[in-house]
Design a protein around this ligand. Structure first.
Ligand SMILES: Nc1nc2c(ncn2[C@@H]2O[C@H](COP(=O)(O)OP(=O)(O)O)[C@@H](O)[C@H]2O)c(=O)[nH]1
Ligand SMILES: [Mg+2]
Length: 195
């Protein structure tokens, strides 16, 4: 599998538009949930910046990804929660994310909604899930940092997700390198789907 950084997008006008369309696999979740770490673990390359001051990851980061002969994009969205308290930042973030989903709706193969295994689904996570449901965009929930959650906490998180009607949950730990095969399998099945 080959992966290559393409660009950081700060304005909707700069979203990549090519005559060679690629399905997009999108990473969303709150800042610090482990998006960049998972992207690196998944691709086997240290290509996304990990643990940067949340405020600095305001861009949509695009990576070209060739996986099992399929040309795709990996899209690392700016995390929610970083700009709390700063009205203008929150507005900018909202405009970028909402614009992204509206413009790229038909290009999206799958959205991975990352939820911290220990913390469980937050208000923002739930709002995101409802919104994806409303837009009819396919998504799967990926639990991150499984290594940090006690069995009891993990069960609690799974129970909450079940109550929210979430069917597809994939457990991962980028630190302990767990869950990659299952996640790649799910991604592959969505990339293979006809539009
Ligand atoms: N224990 C543990 N820590 C992790 C894991 N994944 C990420 N982290 C840590 O969580 C912090 C945020 O990770 P990052 O990938 O930058 O999150 P992002 O803001 O969502 O992109 C970093 O300090 C990572 O080292 C994991 O699976 N287990
Ligand atoms: Mg990140």
């Amino acid at each position: 599998m080959a992966v290559e950084f393409l660009k950081s997008v700060y304005r909707l006008e700069d979203l990549p538009r090519t005559n060679e369309p690629r399905k997009e696999i999108v990473f969303v979740g709150r800042s610090n949930v482990g998006k960049s770490s998972l992207l690196n673990y998944l691709t086997g390359r240290d290509i996304a910046k990990v643990g940067k001051t949340p405020g600095r990851t305001r861009a949509i980061n695009y990576f070209k990804w060739d996986f099992e002969g399929i040309k795709a994009f990996l899209v690392d969205l700016p995390g929610y929660g970083f700009a709390r308290g700063d009205k203008r930042e929150v507005e900018n973030w909202k405009r970028l994310i909402e614009g992204y989903f509206h413009e790229k709706k038909d290009d999206i193969g799958l959205v991975l909604v990352l939820v911290d295994a220990k913390v469980g689904p937050t208000k923002d996570d739930i709002a995101m899930l409802e919104w994806l449901e409303y837009l009819g965009i396919p998504y799967a929930v990926v639990l991150t940092k499984e290594d940090k959650a006690k069995q009891k906490e993990l069960n609690q998180t799974l129970k909450k997700l079940k109550e929210l009607g979430v069917k597809n949950v994939i457990k991962t730990s980028s630190k302990e390198k767990k869950g990659k095969e299952q996640l790649l399998k799910v991604i592959y099945s969505y990339l293979k789907k006809e539009v």
